[in-house]
Design a protein around this ligand. Sequence first.
Ligand code: KIV
Ligand code: NA
Length: 279
Amino acid sequence: RKKVTLGTLRSLHRRREPITVMTAHDFPSGLVADHAGMDMVLVGDSLAMVALGMEDTSEVLLEEMLLHCRSVARAVKSAFTVGDLPMGTYEIAPEQGLATAIRFIKEGRVQSVKLEGGREMAPTIRKITTAGIPVLGHVGLTPQRQNALGGFRVQGKTRDGAMRILEDALAIQDAGCYAMVLEAVPADVAALITEKLSVPTIGIGAGAGTSGQVLVQTDMTGNFPPGRFLPKFVKQYGNVWGEAMRAIEAYRDEVKSGQYPAQEHTYPAAKEEIEAFKQ
Ligand code: KIV
Ligand code: NA
């Protein structure tokens, strides 16, 4: 497969072909997303929960994001890669955002960065894009601001709310975003915002009227124990947890019963040498 570039994404958008985006957090999850033909692979700060066992994304450190970006970048040969700037590494000033974005390119080895926020982030987005680093925006529900938003809630349900998201989307588009994530927005609002923009929207919990979709890989492959809460918008396409449990339980049973390892799993030795060794 040919390497996906910003030009590829632009032509998908022009042809109205949905852009497929998947998160990855390490070498194997990057490899499988790339092999499955994703247009983009995002190292989201959701790795705080799915890979590092943290409660929320506010805890993940810049160095941790960079380590995981680098491992995903080694795996991805075709998809366009994005690294998520973690909370606290870009909000202080445009210069801070640019310095962090440069570390994602140089140390994280990704091709672009994502950051959360609307019009207030426009100067930062402009600073980063002007330096030649593509920026993916993120409006609607912005999980890094969950404490201020009062939890994980649908955004833009009212006329004023929808208008605020549209104005934020236009502001970050003008600042130079090549695309933006629209998270947890009513489907008809997301479709209308998508129509009013010239850059693609990547929806998550935003319906079918966006220019593309993104899901968190561990959610959609079912790589978590039963009973975990999943947001309404997640479709679980697989049962990776169940398959790993089946394999590991079978291994446990076979080791306990002496079935494993069998003859075929052992190395033969030179017969006379071993007879001598036994003396
Ligand atoms: O961190 C993440 O995985 C994300 C996507 C869900 C957009 O930001
Ligand atoms: Na994120």
